[in-house]
Ligand binder design. Structure first.
Ligand SMILES: *[C@@H]1O[C@H](CO)[C@@H](O)[C@H](O)[C@H]1NC(C)=O
Ligand SMILES: *[C@@H]1O[C@H](CO)[C@@H](O)[C@H](O)[C@H]1NC(C)=O
Length: 390
Protein backbone atom coordinates (compact mmCIF):
# COMPACT_ATOMS: atom_id res chain seq x y z
CA UNK A 1 0.00 0.00 0.00
CA UNK A 2 1.66 3.21 -1.10
CA UNK A 3 -0.78 5.62 0.42
CA UNK A 4 -2.75 5.41 3.62
CA UNK A 5 -6.35 6.34 2.89
CA UNK A 6 -7.25 9.35 4.96
CA UNK A 7 -10.33 9.69 7.08
CA UNK A 8 -12.45 11.11 4.28
CA UNK A 9 -11.70 8.12 2.13
CA UNK A 10 -12.68 5.74 4.89
CA UNK A 11 -15.91 7.61 5.44
CA UNK A 12 -16.52 7.41 1.76
CA UNK A 13 -15.83 3.70 1.61
CA UNK A 14 -18.29 3.17 4.43
CA UNK A 15 -20.86 5.20 2.53
CA UNK A 16 -20.25 3.15 -0.55
CA UNK A 17 -20.64 -0.11 1.35
CA UNK A 18 -23.90 1.19 2.81
CA UNK A 19 -25.04 2.17 -0.63
CA UNK A 20 -24.28 -1.24 -2.12
CA UNK A 21 -26.06 -2.92 0.79
CA UNK A 22 -29.02 -0.63 0.19
CA UNK A 23 -29.16 -1.53 -3.47
CA UNK A 24 -28.86 -5.24 -2.76
CA UNK A 25 -31.37 -5.44 0.03
CA UNK A 26 -33.71 -2.64 -0.89
CA UNK A 27 -37.32 -3.33 -1.56
CA UNK A 28 -36.69 -4.47 -5.06
CA UNK A 29 -40.00 -5.17 -6.75
CA UNK A 30 -40.52 -8.90 -6.99
CA UNK A 31 -37.30 -10.35 -5.74
CA UNK A 32 -37.98 -13.53 -7.61
CA UNK A 33 -35.19 -16.02 -8.05
CA UNK A 34 -36.74 -17.90 -10.89
CA UNK A 35 -36.76 -16.32 -14.29
CA UNK A 36 -40.11 -16.70 -15.89
CA UNK A 37 -41.03 -16.64 -19.50
CA UNK A 38 -41.12 -12.99 -20.23
CA UNK A 39 -43.76 -11.33 -22.27
CA UNK A 40 -41.99 -8.59 -24.12
CA UNK A 41 -43.31 -6.31 -26.82
CA UNK A 42 -41.43 -7.29 -29.96
CA UNK A 43 -39.09 -4.61 -31.25
CA UNK A 44 -39.22 -2.47 -28.13
CA UNK A 45 -37.07 -2.61 -25.10
CA UNK A 46 -36.81 -0.32 -22.11
CA UNK A 47 -33.27 0.78 -21.48
CA UNK A 48 -32.18 2.35 -18.25
CA UNK A 49 -30.39 5.40 -19.55
CA UNK A 50 -27.12 6.53 -18.14
CA UNK A 51 -27.54 10.23 -17.74
CA UNK A 52 -24.64 12.53 -18.43
CA UNK A 53 -22.46 13.29 -15.44
CA UNK A 54 -21.64 16.65 -16.95
CA UNK A 55 -23.95 19.08 -15.15
CA UNK A 56 -24.08 21.30 -18.22
CA UNK A 57 -25.88 18.63 -20.20
CA UNK A 58 -29.55 18.16 -19.60
CA UNK A 59 -31.20 14.81 -20.08
CA UNK A 60 -34.93 14.34 -20.57
CA UNK A 61 -36.82 13.83 -17.33
CA UNK A 62 -38.22 10.33 -16.83
CA UNK A 63 -42.02 10.39 -16.71
CA UNK A 64 -42.27 7.33 -14.47
CA UNK A 65 -40.55 7.64 -11.07
CA UNK A 66 -39.66 3.93 -11.12
CA UNK A 67 -37.61 4.50 -14.24
CA UNK A 68 -36.19 7.71 -12.76
CA UNK A 69 -35.06 5.73 -9.75
CA UNK A 70 -33.24 3.16 -11.82
CA UNK A 71 -31.58 5.90 -13.84
CA UNK A 72 -30.33 7.51 -10.65
CA UNK A 73 -28.87 4.21 -9.44
CA UNK A 74 -27.02 3.78 -12.69
CA UNK A 75 -25.80 7.32 -12.55
CA UNK A 76 -24.61 6.85 -8.96
CA UNK A 77 -22.47 3.92 -10.01
CA UNK A 78 -20.91 5.83 -12.88
CA UNK A 79 -20.32 8.75 -10.57
CA UNK A 80 -18.67 6.50 -7.96
CA UNK A 81 -16.44 5.04 -10.60
CA UNK A 82 -15.38 8.50 -11.71
CA UNK A 83 -14.90 9.58 -8.11
CA UNK A 84 -12.70 6.60 -7.34
CA UNK A 85 -10.63 7.13 -10.44
CA UNK A 86 -9.99 10.71 -9.38
CA UNK A 87 -9.05 9.60 -5.88
CA UNK A 88 -6.66 6.98 -7.22
CA UNK A 89 -5.07 9.58 -9.42
CA UNK A 90 -4.61 11.78 -6.40
CA UNK A 91 -2.94 8.90 -4.57
CA UNK A 92 -0.73 8.23 -7.58
CA UNK A 93 -1.90 4.65 -7.84
CA UNK A 94 -2.86 4.56 -11.47
CA UNK A 95 -2.40 0.82 -11.70
CA UNK A 96 -5.16 0.36 -9.15
CA UNK A 97 -7.70 2.20 -11.29
CA UNK A 98 -9.26 -0.97 -12.58
CA UNK A 99 -10.02 -2.15 -9.10
CA UNK A 100 -12.32 0.81 -8.78
CA UNK A 101 -14.62 -0.46 -11.51
CA UNK A 102 -17.42 -2.13 -9.64
CA UNK A 103 -19.41 -4.82 -11.41
CA UNK A 104 -23.15 -4.25 -11.64
CA UNK A 105 -24.82 -6.14 -8.76
CA UNK A 106 -26.71 -8.46 -11.08
CA UNK A 107 -23.44 -9.57 -12.63
CA UNK A 108 -22.23 -11.00 -9.32
CA UNK A 109 -25.37 -11.67 -7.31
CA UNK A 110 -27.67 -14.35 -8.69
CA UNK A 111 -30.56 -13.07 -6.58
CA UNK A 112 -30.40 -9.58 -7.92
CA UNK A 113 -32.38 -8.95 -11.02
CA UNK A 114 -31.19 -6.73 -13.82
CA UNK A 115 -33.60 -3.77 -13.76
CA UNK A 116 -33.88 -3.91 -17.52
CA UNK A 117 -35.14 -7.50 -17.29
CA UNK A 118 -37.66 -6.38 -14.72
CA UNK A 119 -38.82 -3.37 -16.75
CA UNK A 120 -39.17 -5.41 -19.91
CA UNK A 121 -41.16 -8.18 -18.30
CA UNK A 122 -44.73 -7.07 -18.90
CA UNK A 123 -46.04 -9.42 -16.22
CA UNK A 124 -44.07 -7.37 -13.72
CA UNK A 125 -43.89 -3.92 -15.24
CA UNK A 126 -46.97 -3.26 -17.31
CA UNK A 127 -47.03 0.30 -18.62
CA UNK A 128 -50.81 0.26 -19.00
CA UNK A 129 -51.10 -0.46 -15.31
CA UNK A 130 -48.44 2.14 -14.54
CA UNK A 131 -50.39 4.86 -16.38
CA UNK A 132 -53.54 3.90 -14.44
CA UNK A 133 -51.61 4.27 -11.17
CA UNK A 134 -49.91 7.52 -12.17
CA UNK A 135 -52.87 9.35 -13.74
CA UNK A 136 -54.52 10.40 -10.44
CA UNK A 137 -51.13 11.57 -9.15
CA UNK A 138 -50.88 14.01 -12.06
CA UNK A 139 -54.54 14.99 -12.11
CA UNK A 140 -54.54 17.05 -8.91
CA UNK A 141 -54.90 20.70 -9.85
CA UNK A 142 -57.85 20.46 -10.21
CA UNK A 143 -58.77 16.81 -9.78
CA UNK A 144 -61.22 16.68 -12.69
CA UNK A 145 -60.44 13.62 -14.81
CA UNK A 146 -58.21 15.62 -17.18
CA UNK A 147 -54.49 16.25 -17.16
CA UNK A 148 -53.65 19.75 -18.39
CA UNK A 149 -50.33 20.90 -19.77
CA UNK A 150 -49.76 22.68 -16.46
CA UNK A 151 -50.34 19.47 -14.51
CA UNK A 152 -47.96 17.61 -16.83
CA UNK A 153 -45.39 20.37 -16.41
CA UNK A 154 -45.68 20.36 -12.61
CA UNK A 155 -45.26 16.59 -12.62
CA UNK A 156 -42.09 16.72 -14.73
CA UNK A 157 -40.79 19.58 -12.66
CA UNK A 158 -41.22 17.48 -9.53
CA UNK A 159 -39.46 14.50 -11.10
CA UNK A 160 -36.66 16.80 -12.26
CA UNK A 161 -36.30 18.32 -8.79
CA UNK A 162 -36.04 14.85 -7.25
CA UNK A 163 -33.20 14.05 -9.63
CA UNK A 164 -31.40 17.31 -8.82
CA UNK A 165 -31.80 16.87 -5.07
CA UNK A 166 -30.45 13.34 -5.38
CA UNK A 167 -27.29 14.66 -7.07
CA UNK A 168 -26.98 17.39 -4.48
CA UNK A 169 -27.23 14.84 -1.67
CA UNK A 170 -24.44 12.87 -3.29
CA UNK A 171 -22.22 15.96 -3.43
CA UNK A 172 -23.20 16.75 0.12
CA UNK A 173 -22.16 13.32 1.37
CA UNK A 174 -18.62 13.66 0.09
CA UNK A 175 -18.13 17.37 0.79
CA UNK A 176 -19.58 17.60 4.28
CA UNK A 177 -16.33 16.58 5.92
CA UNK A 178 -17.45 16.96 9.53
CA UNK A 179 -20.88 15.44 8.88
CA UNK A 180 -22.86 18.21 10.54
CA UNK A 181 -25.40 18.42 7.73
CA UNK A 182 -24.04 21.77 6.58
CA UNK A 183 -21.58 22.61 3.83
CA UNK A 184 -19.33 25.51 4.66
CA UNK A 185 -17.64 27.55 1.97
CA UNK A 186 -14.30 25.98 2.88
CA UNK A 187 -15.72 22.45 2.68
CA UNK A 188 -17.12 23.10 -0.78
CA UNK A 189 -13.94 24.65 -2.17
CA UNK A 190 -11.16 23.04 -0.10
CA UNK A 191 -8.46 24.02 -2.60
CA UNK A 192 -8.84 27.70 -1.71
CA UNK A 193 -6.31 28.96 0.78
CA UNK A 194 -7.25 31.23 3.68
CA UNK A 195 -5.41 33.97 1.84
CA UNK A 196 -7.47 33.53 -1.31
CA UNK A 197 -10.67 33.58 0.68
CA UNK A 198 -9.48 36.72 2.42
CA UNK A 199 -8.73 38.41 -0.92
CA UNK A 200 -12.30 37.68 -1.99
CA UNK A 201 -11.40 38.08 -5.66
CA UNK A 202 -14.23 38.53 -8.14
CA UNK A 203 -12.13 37.20 -11.04
CA UNK A 204 -12.83 33.91 -12.81
CA UNK A 205 -12.26 31.13 -10.31
CA UNK A 206 -11.80 33.73 -7.57
CA UNK A 207 -13.16 33.06 -4.12
CA UNK A 208 -15.32 36.18 -3.94
CA UNK A 209 -17.47 35.30 -6.89
CA UNK A 210 -18.60 32.00 -5.39
CA UNK A 211 -18.72 33.43 -1.90
CA UNK A 212 -21.35 35.88 -3.14
CA UNK A 213 -23.53 33.10 -4.53
CA UNK A 214 -22.91 31.06 -1.38
CA UNK A 215 -24.07 33.90 0.87
CA UNK A 216 -27.14 34.53 -1.31
CA UNK A 217 -28.24 30.94 -0.73
CA UNK A 218 -27.42 30.79 2.97
CA UNK A 219 -30.92 31.88 3.91
CA UNK A 220 -30.57 31.60 7.68
CA UNK A 221 -27.04 33.10 7.55
CA UNK A 222 -25.54 30.40 9.75
CA UNK A 223 -22.41 30.15 7.58
CA UNK A 224 -23.34 26.76 6.17
CA UNK A 225 -25.71 25.42 3.52
CA UNK A 226 -28.13 22.63 4.42
CA UNK A 227 -29.39 20.22 1.76
CA UNK A 228 -32.05 22.60 0.46
CA UNK A 229 -29.76 25.61 0.43
CA UNK A 230 -26.92 23.64 -1.16
CA UNK A 231 -29.28 22.42 -3.88
CA UNK A 232 -30.28 26.02 -4.61
CA UNK A 233 -26.62 27.00 -4.64
CA UNK A 234 -25.79 24.31 -7.23
CA UNK A 235 -28.94 24.94 -9.30
CA UNK A 236 -29.71 28.64 -9.11
CA UNK A 237 -31.58 28.83 -12.43
CA UNK A 238 -35.03 28.30 -10.92
CA UNK A 239 -34.47 30.72 -8.06
CA UNK A 240 -36.96 33.53 -7.69
CA UNK A 241 -34.47 35.64 -5.78
CA UNK A 242 -33.69 38.66 -8.03
CA UNK A 243 -30.14 38.85 -6.61
CA UNK A 244 -29.50 35.23 -7.63
CA UNK A 245 -30.93 35.90 -11.10
CA UNK A 246 -28.62 38.89 -11.41
CA UNK A 247 -25.66 36.77 -10.30
CA UNK A 248 -26.53 34.22 -12.99
CA UNK A 249 -26.62 36.88 -15.70
CA UNK A 250 -23.29 38.29 -14.54
CA UNK A 251 -21.93 34.74 -14.61
CA UNK A 252 -23.08 34.40 -18.23
CA UNK A 253 -21.17 37.58 -19.07
CA UNK A 254 -18.05 36.48 -17.18
CA UNK A 255 -17.97 33.21 -19.12
CA UNK A 256 -17.82 35.10 -22.42
CA UNK A 257 -16.14 38.34 -21.49
CA UNK A 258 -12.79 37.85 -23.20
CA UNK A 259 -11.75 41.49 -22.76
CA UNK A 260 -12.69 41.24 -19.10
CA UNK A 261 -14.52 44.54 -18.84
CA UNK A 262 -17.74 43.17 -17.33
CA UNK A 263 -19.83 43.58 -20.47
CA UNK A 264 -20.08 42.07 -23.95
CA UNK A 265 -19.22 43.86 -27.17
CA UNK A 266 -20.50 42.64 -30.53
CA UNK A 267 -17.47 40.39 -31.18
CA UNK A 268 -17.91 38.61 -27.87
CA UNK A 269 -21.63 38.39 -28.47
CA UNK A 270 -21.30 37.07 -31.99
CA UNK A 271 -18.80 34.33 -31.19
CA UNK A 272 -20.08 33.22 -27.82
CA UNK A 273 -23.75 34.10 -27.54
CA UNK A 274 -25.34 34.44 -30.93
CA UNK A 275 -24.65 30.88 -32.02
CA UNK A 276 -26.38 29.62 -28.94
CA UNK A 277 -29.51 31.73 -29.24
CA UNK A 278 -29.47 31.63 -33.02
CA UNK A 279 -29.53 27.88 -32.85
CA UNK A 280 -32.67 27.90 -30.72
CA UNK A 281 -34.38 30.36 -33.03
CA UNK A 282 -33.20 28.79 -36.27
CA UNK A 283 -33.77 25.17 -35.33
CA UNK A 284 -37.19 25.11 -36.91
CA UNK A 285 -36.14 26.78 -40.16
CA UNK A 286 -32.70 25.48 -41.07
CA UNK A 287 -31.88 21.83 -41.33
CA UNK A 288 -28.91 20.48 -39.41
CA UNK A 289 -26.60 20.18 -42.41
CA UNK A 290 -26.99 23.78 -43.51
CA UNK A 291 -26.55 24.85 -39.95
CA UNK A 292 -23.31 22.94 -39.41
CA UNK A 293 -21.87 23.61 -42.87
CA UNK A 294 -23.12 27.03 -43.82
CA UNK A 295 -22.45 28.33 -47.29
CA UNK A 296 -20.89 31.77 -47.71
CA UNK A 297 -24.32 33.34 -48.18
CA UNK A 298 -25.59 31.76 -45.01
CA UNK A 299 -22.50 33.04 -43.17
CA UNK A 300 -22.85 36.64 -44.25
CA UNK A 301 -26.58 36.51 -43.54
CA UNK A 302 -25.68 35.24 -40.10
CA UNK A 303 -23.50 38.30 -39.42
CA UNK A 304 -26.32 40.61 -40.49
CA UNK A 305 -28.73 38.75 -38.21
CA UNK A 306 -26.27 38.77 -35.36
CA UNK A 307 -25.78 42.55 -35.61
CA UNK A 308 -29.52 43.08 -35.71
CA UNK A 309 -30.03 40.90 -32.65
CA UNK A 310 -27.26 42.72 -30.81
CA UNK A 311 -28.80 46.12 -31.63
CA UNK A 312 -32.20 44.87 -30.46
CA UNK A 313 -30.80 43.80 -27.09
CA UNK A 314 -28.59 46.87 -26.66
CA UNK A 315 -31.33 49.05 -25.22
CA UNK A 316 -29.19 52.12 -24.46
CA UNK A 317 -27.26 51.89 -27.77
CA UNK A 318 -23.81 52.04 -26.20
CA UNK A 319 -22.60 49.00 -28.22
CA UNK A 320 -22.18 46.92 -25.09
CA UNK A 321 -24.49 44.38 -23.51
CA UNK A 322 -24.75 44.54 -19.76
CA UNK A 323 -26.17 42.00 -17.36
CA UNK A 324 -29.59 43.73 -17.46
CA UNK A 325 -29.69 43.65 -21.24
CA UNK A 326 -29.36 39.85 -21.20
CA UNK A 327 -32.74 39.41 -19.48
CA UNK A 328 -34.66 38.66 -22.72
CA UNK A 329 -32.32 35.83 -23.75
CA UNK A 330 -31.50 34.24 -20.40
CA UNK A 331 -34.00 31.43 -20.92
CA UNK A 332 -31.91 30.38 -23.93
CA UNK A 333 -28.48 30.94 -22.38
CA UNK A 334 -29.26 29.12 -19.19
CA UNK A 335 -32.58 27.27 -19.33
CA UNK A 336 -34.31 26.62 -16.03
CA UNK A 337 -35.64 23.26 -14.88
CA UNK A 338 -39.07 24.81 -15.27
CA UNK A 339 -38.51 25.40 -18.98
CA UNK A 340 -37.33 21.83 -19.58
CA UNK A 341 -40.40 20.56 -17.75
CA UNK A 342 -42.64 22.78 -19.88
CA UNK A 343 -41.04 21.60 -23.14
CA UNK A 344 -41.53 17.98 -22.19
CA UNK A 345 -45.12 18.57 -21.10
CA UNK A 346 -45.97 20.32 -24.37
CA UNK A 347 -44.38 17.55 -26.37
CA UNK A 348 -46.29 14.78 -24.57
CA UNK A 349 -49.55 16.66 -24.84
CA UNK A 350 -49.07 17.15 -28.58
CA UNK A 351 -48.38 13.47 -29.11
CA UNK A 352 -51.32 12.07 -27.15
CA UNK A 353 -54.07 14.70 -27.32
CA UNK A 354 -56.40 13.00 -29.84
CA UNK A 355 -59.23 15.53 -29.87
CA UNK A 356 -56.93 18.55 -29.55
CA UNK A 357 -58.67 19.98 -26.51
CA UNK A 358 -55.32 20.70 -24.85
CA UNK A 359 -55.78 18.20 -22.06
CA UNK A 360 -55.44 14.45 -21.67
CA UNK A 361 -57.89 11.87 -20.45
CA UNK A 362 -56.72 8.55 -19.06
CA UNK A 363 -58.07 6.91 -22.24
CA UNK A 364 -55.93 9.15 -24.43
CA UNK A 365 -52.88 8.28 -22.35
CA UNK A 366 -53.66 4.56 -22.51
CA UNK A 367 -54.02 4.82 -26.28
CA UNK A 368 -50.47 6.23 -26.53
CA UNK A 369 -48.55 4.55 -23.73
CA UNK A 370 -45.17 4.61 -25.47
CA UNK A 371 -45.27 8.38 -25.76
CA UNK A 372 -44.85 8.60 -21.98
CA UNK A 373 -42.06 6.08 -21.91
CA UNK A 374 -40.30 7.41 -24.99
CA UNK A 375 -37.27 8.54 -22.98
CA UNK A 376 -36.85 4.96 -21.81
CA UNK A 377 -37.82 2.89 -24.82
CA UNK A 378 -35.41 2.13 -27.54
CA UNK A 379 -36.41 0.46 -30.74
CA UNK A 380 -34.22 -2.54 -31.27
CA UNK A 381 -33.83 -1.81 -34.96
CA UNK A 382 -32.62 1.62 -34.06
CA UNK A 383 -30.20 0.18 -31.54
CA UNK A 384 -28.81 -2.29 -34.04
CA UNK A 385 -28.13 0.28 -36.70
CA UNK A 386 -26.26 2.34 -34.13
CA UNK A 387 -24.17 -0.56 -32.92
CA UNK A 388 -22.28 -0.59 -36.20
CA UNK A 389 -20.81 2.77 -35.38
CA UNK A 390 -19.61 1.90 -31.94
C1 LIG B 1 -51.20 -5.03 -18.88
O1 LIG B 1 -52.31 -4.68 -18.07
C2 LIG B 1 -53.53 -4.53 -18.80
C3 LIG B 1 -54.57 -3.96 -17.87
O2 LIG B 1 -54.44 -4.43 -16.56
C4 LIG B 1 -53.92 -5.85 -19.43
O3 LIG B 1 -55.12 -5.74 -20.17
C5 LIG B 1 -52.79 -6.29 -20.33
O4 LIG B 1 -53.06 -7.58 -20.88
C6 LIG B 1 -51.47 -6.34 -19.57
N1 LIG B 1 -50.40 -6.63 -20.52
C7 LIG B 1 -49.60 -7.66 -20.37
C8 LIG B 1 -48.62 -7.88 -21.45
O5 LIG B 1 -49.67 -8.41 -19.41
C1 LIG C 1 -32.58 24.54 5.25
O1 LIG C 1 -32.70 25.86 5.75
C2 LIG C 1 -33.78 26.60 5.19
C3 LIG C 1 -33.65 28.04 5.63
O2 LIG C 1 -33.23 28.17 6.94
C4 LIG C 1 -35.10 25.94 5.54
O3 LIG C 1 -36.18 26.65 5.00
C5 LIG C 1 -35.07 24.50 5.01
O4 LIG C 1 -36.24 23.82 5.40
C6 LIG C 1 -33.84 23.75 5.52
N1 LIG C 1 -33.77 22.47 4.83
C7 LIG C 1 -33.48 21.32 5.43
C8 LIG C 1 -33.39 20.10 4.60
O5 LIG C 1 -33.27 21.26 6.63
Amino acid sequence: MAATPNRTTLVYLLLLAAFIALVLFSNHPSHSKTRRNRRVMPGRRIKVRLSALDPKQHDPIAFDPIIGNYERRREDRAWEKQYFEQQYKKWGENSATNQAVQPEPWETDADYEDPEDYLNDEDQFNITDRLIVLFPLLDINPHDGFVSVKELQDWHWLQGQNALQHRTDREMDVNDKNNDGLITFKEYLPHLTEEEIEQNSMNIGGAGWYQKQFDLNDEDKDGGLNRTEFNNFLHPEDSENPETQKWLREEQIRLRDIKNDGKLDWEEFHHNVFDQIHYHEAEEHINGHDYLHPSRDVQSQKIVNSKAKFAELDKNHDWFLTEEELVPIMAMLHPSEGSYARQQAEHLLNEADENKDKRLTLTEMLNHPYVFYSTAYEHEEFEDSHDEFR
